[in-house]
Design a protein around this ligand. Sequence first.
Ligand SMILES: NC(=O)CC[C@H](N)C(=O)O
Length: 366
Amino acid sequence: MKKRLLILEDGTVFTGTAFGSERASQGEVVFTTGMTGYQETISDPSFYGQIVTLTYPLIGNYGINRDDFESITPAIRGFVVRELAKTPSNFRCDLTVDEYLTSKDIPGIEGIDTRKLTRIIRSKGSVKAILTAADEEVNVDEVVAKLQATPAITHHVREVSPKAAYPSPGRGKRVVLIDYGMKHGILRELNKRDCDVLVVPYNTSAEEILAWHPDGIMLSNGPGNPEDVVEGIETVRDLIGKVPMFGICLGHQIFSLACGARSFKLPFGHRGGNHPVKDLRTGRTDLTSQNHGYAIDIDSLKDTDLEITHMALNDGTCEGVRHKKYPIFTVQYHPEASPGPEDSNHLFDEFIEMMEVEAGKGKQHA
Ligand SMILES: NC(=O)CC[C@H](N)C(=O)O
């Protein structure tokens, strides 16, 4: 068993056992509290550039299967667990986590105190870190200096958004899905409702999108800082008022920025499957699946045409908005679950209804 180190930018060193790829890797360490769903987490493109640690102590016990991927190419930079299951048992299991990560060239480390790591992130905020082999030559001071000097990556969306548009046909509503680094769960929810979907890259112009005569536009999740996605913000700004829209996570942030709101970085983010969110209009609380490091500043909404519709009960941050004049609503959390609770699945039905209402209005005018 090879030893591996996880070195944080504050100088903390965790020594554990290596699995997955043998290469060294660098990224921002974040924690997620989901007790299941590690396969979806590994393959969620919103984690691009991040080393992910799971607070649940035993990971991998049902292996990796062919059904639960959220993207074809996992974008995480490293995987950190307390204990990795070596002999998974499940009727759907095709591979172990170790085999899968090795095949995708992603390094992992196990046997470290993930509770201690999580407490460091909770008190200091997300930190940069490096995963490297534990040989005698490692000079921790040099590694830390290198980490501190490395500039943070920007514009993650460019790396994970598709290079060309592609269809996912159906017989129902025509939806353009702007893919900023989409979880396939979003496409699956639209397909389940028989939508005729065209998936397009993040930098597609409003003109090209409108030329397809969509009934609605879906803005996907995606990695990184929403402020970096300047072209995406411009496109969305040009689409407001023309077609109904529904946005999720990065899509919610990009839409809010397009309306003049501001975003900020949360200290350590919201990642897990049990985040309570209150719908301020109905008073109903849904338990939600979340994965975000940024949020929309509630104060900044007052100078916009947006109103807050959802709030996180853990920390009072914004979890959803709607446009006061046009049929557009967006949420910071993940109604597609994948993984996590399906309480908010009804939002996809509301999107379909919204498109139907708008199509009906069009007929009345015709
Ligand atoms: N899942 C997402 O879309 C995340 C959005 C954004 N990258 C954030 O971290 O806040």
